[in-house]
Ligand binder design. Structure first.
Ligand code: PMP
Length: 326
């Protein structure tokens, strides 16, 4: 069963960032998972839970609203276990992710936005309606399913604690559904209450405001597009108790950092991973790292999913030509 390929991803020290910020920076590389993203973890927990509780019968269809990564995890695991997958993605989903989902055997529908269940044009609304009107279809609903947080509490958190030998002082993660930061945050705070759990979201997203005021802002504005993170509603999978602070970043600085990181390390970071890099660059003073700190950056996926969005309009990009050498 290929679910053994989910979790136990490596962490790697990044010398470039450690030197730049005069501290110790490690990266947890989630693209080593089966579906090449962190979202395989909640996908597996949500599917296992639905099967155990007999919410779906063999051959049924798992339905999810996803920016692409959860959808791929759901599809790969569902197919392995003899189920189907129907995935609702928003029109901002990268072409690479759509192609991968189709190749994995998902049936997909593209929706206007992912603004939550109250919006009739959203991925969430369409996914819920589909599951309600089709027999033997189950909406995993990552935005509200408690298995999302649980997956990270049970697997990601303990891995980070063990891999840093309990030395982690700061954990940084993008926030989309909130599952990662809430689950990892809860686990790490139980081990070490003074650990800093910091989220990153695009400028205009509402969770920073919600965290400080415990209510949504009166005026909700469109937020910078950074795939996988940013919300204009508060998901049930976001637990503010586990989060100390949320930093906001702009799309332009995120793209710039993705390219700088590639130049310095040769590694293509994912879009939301680059948002973490932008948060370090833009909020350096506030973060106040010292050489005694151990900072863990959570990279949920890989830049190969965003070549068209992140890397292809840079001056040094060359389209590969199919010249046959003789
Ligand atoms: N980055 C990427 C690329 C993602 O796909 C997601 C999940 N939407 C996140 C970050 C945010 O993770 P979470 O949903 O656990 O907050």
């Amino acid at each position: 069963m290929t679910t053994t390929l989910i979790g136990n991803t490596p962490i790697r020290r990044c010398d470039f960032l450690s030197t730049l910020y005069c501290t110790n920076i490690f990266i947890k590389e989630e693209f080593h998972n089966l579906g090449m993203s962190a979202k395989d973890r909640p996908a597996f927990f949500m599917i296992q839970d639905a099967i155990e509780r007999q919410r779906i019968q063999p051959g049924g269809t798992f339905v999810e609203a996803s920016s692409g990564n959860t959808g791929l995890g759901i599809t790969l695991i569902a197919k392995q276990l003899g189920y189907q997958a129907k995935i609702f993605v928003s029109k901002s989903c990268s072409q690479e992710k759509i192609n991968t989902l189709l190749q994995a055997g998902a049936e997909i529908e593209i929706c206007e936005n992912s603004n939550g269940l109250h919006d009739f044009h959203s991925t969430q609304f369409h996914a819920q309606s589909y599951a309600a009107t089709h027999p033997n279809a189950y909406f995993t609903n990552q935005y509200y399913n408690t298995q999302n947080i649980r997956a990270h509490y049970k697997t990601t958190g303990p891995e980070i604690w063990e891999q840093t030998a309990g030395k982690v002082t700061h954990f940084l993660s993008g926030v989309g559904t909130g599952g990662t930061i809430s689950g990892v945050g809860r686990f790490l705070k139980e081990q070490r209450p003074d650990v800093c759990i910091w989220g990153v979201e695009p400028k205009g997203s509402i969770l920073q405001h919600y965290l400080s005021h415990r209510r949504t802002p009166e005026k909700v504005v469109p937020f910078d597009a950074i795939e996988g993170i940013g919300r204009n509603f508060v998901p049930g999978s976001f637990d503010p108790q586990q989060v100390d602070h949320i930093f906001q970043v702009e799309q332009e600085s995120t793209k710039a950092m993705a390219r700088l990181y590639r130049e310095k390390t040769g590694i293509l970071s994912g879009f939301s991973s680059a948002a973490l890099l932008a948060s370090l660059a833009c909020h350096r003073e506030e973060m106040g790292f010292t050489p005694e700190h151990t900072v863990l950056l959570f990279f949920p996926d890989h830049g190969s999913r965003y070549v068209s969005k992140l890397y292809s309009d840079s001056a040094d990009f060359q389209t590969a030509t199919k010249t046959v050498i003789r």
